[in-house]
Design a protein around this ligand. Structure first.
Ligand SMILES: Cc1cc2nc3c(=O)[nH]c(=O)nc-3n(C[C@H](O)[C@H](O)[C@H](O)COP(=O)(O)OP(=O)(O)OC[C@H]3O[C@@H](n4cnc5c(N)ncnc54)[C@H](O)[C@@H]3O)c2cc1C
Length: 442
């Protein structure tokens, strides 16, 4: 019998790179672009078989293409500085946003002065005013996201508008457990919208107020592949190599750098930039986990529909007190109907009684029917379950993440991005800016 022990290849014989980037999401692609600009010979490794990370689509046999979430881009994004060719592949769209409020009405997102405040009637208005006054006078000390929202809009409106319920649905934990710093970053719109002056202006101005000044864009109709192919092409020309479906196994620190082993290969590099989840990087390095960092599991349901949907906006947020679904995006508004049918994706955060696709589907049907939405023929075309969709920003998690990132840095790994930096990055724009800053590009 053969000796099955692996052959040790001397470091000098391994393929050498100046830098290896773990993760080919937006952060990884931007990191590779910055490193290539600096003349560093770079390899990008990802466990997925595609680039773009969470920018992920799914196509049914009948030709419907959906995404895991509501993915919208802008023509002034700094990502285009790295990959200008993307612009020609995006589809200009004119999305509109709405929200199902706890009173069962589809209304303005994130808040409607008419439907959430004026419609409360004289008693409700008095209660809103008194609770805002109370919060502004006696609730200045804030410890979590709920305190932040209550300070600005008061306890009564927080419940009446459904914002409190939505926060729990979005973050996967009770608003009392959500980190205050995140609330300040993510919910800055509350403080902006909640000043008396802004509310009055909102009330007086026409309902067709000016939208965003930049142009809103969607991925090509057939999915992300043709979009990110041009980024890979540009990077490849600049000398960047890619290993996808890599099955990354471990990172071994050696004197002059790191040895990275993945399915079918070992490479040597002086530098490792990690954009993968922090616990995954810790595991690859053989480090004891410094952190209990939880992440959200996102269930995406893909429906086609014929009938009366009950609203005109292309994106609807669920602010009602019931139903596990968080947001839906009507793709047929952007790309046209397929076989005469509309089609849309629904995002559901797994948790509580809704942990499987079947549970999510039944819950969505029940809840939308009860609210008079989607009267007609609704068919589930498919679904996707995405683990580690985004970090859960519970109190203290940011500190744990910072310690873990420090420990990785001490080991020699530069960890950044939505997962690697445990950063709130709602858009590719933010991911781009943060990676540029971390790698010292002006
Ligand atoms: C539901 C949802 C909706 C969004 N909507 C928008 C939007 O409308 N507009 C917008 O601009 N942005 C949107 N974003 C945010 C945008 O996706 C992020 O800014 C961006 O995806 C962050 O990219 P990233 O590279 O940091 O992380 P990710 O996209 O998470 O990429 C991380 C990569 O690491 C890889 N990886 C993980 N583990 C390993 C391992 N062990 N070895 C190798 N590789 C590994 C993964 O396969 C993945 O490719 C949305 C995100 C989500 C989840």
């Amino acid at each position: 019998m053969h000796d099955a022990s692996p052959q040790v290849v001397p470091v000098s014989k391994l393929p050498h790179f100046d830098a290896v980037v773990l993760g080919a999401g937006i952060s990884g692609l931007v990191a590779a672009s910055v490193l290539a600009e600096k003349g560093e010979r770079t390899l990008v490794i990802d466990d997925y078989g595609h680039v773009g990370g969470n920018h992920m689509d799914w196509t049914s046999h009948d030709g419907y293409t959906f995404d895991v979430g509501s993915l919208i881009f802008q023509d002034d994004s700094p990502l285009l500085r790295h990959f200008p060719e993307l612009l020609g592949h995006y589809l200009p769209i004119a999305p509109t946003w709405g929200r199902l409020n706890p009173q069962g009405k589809i209304t303005d997102y994130p808040i409607s002065v008419r439907d959430d405040i004026m419609a409360a009637g004289p008693v409700g208005l008095t209660r809103i005013a008194l609770s805002v006054l109370y919060a502004r006078l006696f609730c200045k000390r804030m410890a979590n996201a709920r305190d932040f929202a209550r300070y600005w809009i008061g306890d009564y409106l927080l419940k009446r508008s459904g914002l409190e319920t939505y926060m729990k649905r979005f973050y996967g934990i009770a608003p009392e457990q959500i980190d205050l710093d995140l609330a300040r970053k993510r919910m800055g719109w509350i403080s902006e919208h909640a000043s008396i002056g802004t509310l009055l202006r909102k009330l007086l101005r026409s309902r067709t107020a000016a939208g965003p000044v930049n142009c809103q864009l969607a991925r090509p109709k057939d999915g992300f592949a043709s979009l990110y192919d041009v980024a890979v092409e540009r990077l490849t020309k600049a000398g960047v190599s890619f290993r996808l479906s890599a099955g990354t196994q471990n990172i071994r620190k050696i004197d002059s750098g790191f040895e990275i082993t993945f399915d079918g290969g070992v490479v040597f590099t002086r530098r490792v930039i990690s954009t993968i989840p922090i616990p995954a990087a810790e595991r690859l390095c053989g480090m004891a986990s410094q952190s209990a960092l939880d992440t959200i599991t996102l269930i995406s349901l893909y429906f086609s529909f014929a009938g009366e949907r009950g609203f005109s906006q292309s994106i609807i947020y669920n602010f009602s007190h019931y139903g596990a679904w968080k947001r839906l995006t009507v793709y047929s508004d952007f790309y046209g109907r397929v076989n005469g049918r509309e089609y849309f994706a629904v995002e559901v955060i797994a948790g509580g009684d809704v942990r499987s696709v079947d549970q999510a589907k039944e819950d969505f049907r029940r809840h939308t029917q009860a609210n008079g939405l989607f009267t007609g023929e609704l068919t589930l075309e498919g679904s996707q379950v995405l683990e580690s969709a985004y970090p859960i920003y519970s109190k203290g998690a940011a500190q744990h993440a910072a310690q873990a990132i420090d420990a990785l840095r001490a080991f020699g790994i530069e960890s950044m991005g939505r997962q690697g930096g445990f950063n709130y990055q709602p858009t590719a724009r933010v991911s781009t800016i943060e990676v540029e800053a971390a790698l010292g590009r002006n």
